[in-house]
Design a protein around this ligand. Structure first.
Ligand code: SDX
Length: 392
């Protein structure tokens, strides 16, 4: 029996499905959404258009994207009773834990499960998820800060609304900065999908039991939270700040990362698939220089990041293991320059990844993939007789 089962820890050499959504080439460092290169999309497209492309398979026409944006606006009001849930959390709760809970709670207010084979129903579920997730994601920050919760403004764009929902206060109008909005739009594009990464595989696994879309997305939020996955963008900033506090000696931290007895890893480095530069890291590194210059921010942590990257790329240990900066290495530096608090970095990753999760969940259901249920090799005790408690 066990001979028939091969164990593949972390599924390093296993494929879970076929997919038409995203193509990665780890050796070449290539990333494409529905055949379009990430470089083209980051430069020429925008986040909602990319979300449409990922979910529906084609770049939208002007009429289609206008309809998409307006249909999202139909669902931007979150049920007021959701506030009772967020009120129950301590202000110190990590935003990702609150977001996972609120996302799951959306099921309580939208109990009708979507019939994926009904295009109209699926389209509405997509618009509803895109709308409500953005609002509740920002509520996690407002809760942390003890600020009143904001409402989506249907006269403004999706990414503009993110900035308003996060930072607009009753004490005065929020001054929108186009440099920040453009940079954030690009960052959301770069995070939008990444084939069968840990959180997307989780969304597919949970959805394969025909659990609802909100429940599946909520499980993706929890998987993304881990510091080895999306949580790495927060861990990178904490690492860079620790290096700065320690005097900026990057070699010392490189040595720690190579020491097998030290659990410390270089956060933002390495990748399961990319054995070359993560193409997203290249684009984000360039954007970091541009955004910080545009905002007139001179952040010493960016200089430390560049020193650390240079040292690691020249280091035998890292080179022999094909360890390069990944998407999380520079993104936090831009978020910080925009005034986004470190604890919210992974929430931004989740907002970017949402269309990818939806697209992959939809594909899994439309393809009628079987319920995920892997086997195992049993290594526990052989059969033994029950021992009465008086004889134990
Ligand atoms: C994301 O999968 C995706 O696509 C994810 C993502 C997405 O868009 O969804 O791209 C987003 O999660 C990016 C990765 C963010 N995580 C981090 O930056 C955390 C630091 N990185 C590592 O934990 C690690 O590189 C992983 C988790 C990303 C990948 O782990 P693997 O593929 O399981 O590789 P491994 O742990 O087997 O490492 C191989 C070797 C080991 O050394 P040896 O045992 O061969 O001697 O490389 C070493 C590791 O110790 N290594 C590192 C390292 N990453 C790997 N050593 C020091 N620092 C690191 N960062």
């Amino acid at each position: 029996e066990t001979g028939a089962i091969t164990i593949d820890p972390g599924y390093k050499n296993s494929g879970s499905c076929t997919s038409n959504i995203t193509f990665l080439d780890g050796e070449q460092g290539i990333l494409r959404y529905r055949g379009y290169s990430i470089e083209d999309l980051a430069e020429k497209s925008n986040f909602l258009e990319v979300a449409y492309l990922l979910i529906f398979g084609e770049l939208p026409t002007a009429a289609q994207i206008e309809k998409f944006e307006n249909d999202i606006r139909k669902y931007t009001l979150v049920n007021e009773e959701m506030k009772n849930i967020i009120d129950g959390f301590p202000r110190t709760a990590h935003p990702m834990g609150v977001l996972a809970s609120l996302t799951s709670a959306l099921t309580a207010f939208n109990p009708k499960s979507v019939n994926v084979d009904n295009e109209k129903e699926m389209y509405e579920a997509v618009c509803k998820t895109m709308a409500k997730f953005l609002v509740i994601a920002t509520w996690t920050y407002r809760k942390n800060m003890g600020y009143p919760l904001n409402y989506y403004d249907n006269t403004k764009g999706y990414v503009e609304n993110f900035m308003r929902l996060m930072f607009e206060l009753p004490t005065g109008p929020y001054k929108m900065n186009p440099v920040v909005v453009n940079a954030l739009d690009k960052l959301f594009i770069l995070h939008a999908d990444h084939e069968q990464n840990c959180s997307t595989s989780t969304v597919r696994m949970v959805g394969s039991s025909h659990a609802g879309l909100f429940a599946s997305i909520s499980s993706g939020v929890s998987a993304l939270w881990g510091p080895l996955h999306g949580g790495a963008n927060q861990a990178v900033l904490e690492m860079l700040e620790a290096i700065q506090k320690d005097g900026g000696d990057v070699e010392k931290f490189l040595a720690k990362a190579k020491d097998k007895n030290d659990p410390f890893r270089l956060m933002g480095f390495g990748h399961r698939v990319y054995k070359n530069f993560d193409p997203r890291a290249r684009i984000i590194k360039k954007a970091a220089d541009e955004v910080l210059a545009d905002l007139g921010v001179d952040d010493p942590v960016l200089d430390i990041a560049k020193k650390l990257e240079k040292a690691a790329l020249e280091d035998e240990y890292f080179k022999s293991r094909n360890l390069y900066p990944n998407v999380d290495f520079y993104s936090g530096i831009i978020y910080r320059a925009m005034g986004i608090p470190t604890e919210m970095f992974t929430v931004l990753f989740a907002i970017g990844r949402l269309p990818g999760w939806i697209a992959q969940w939809k594909e899994m259901r439309v393809n009628k993939e079987p319920i995920g249920r892997p086997r195992q090799v049993y290594t526990g005790s052989p059969l033994r007789d029950f021992t009465d408690i008086n004889n134990r």
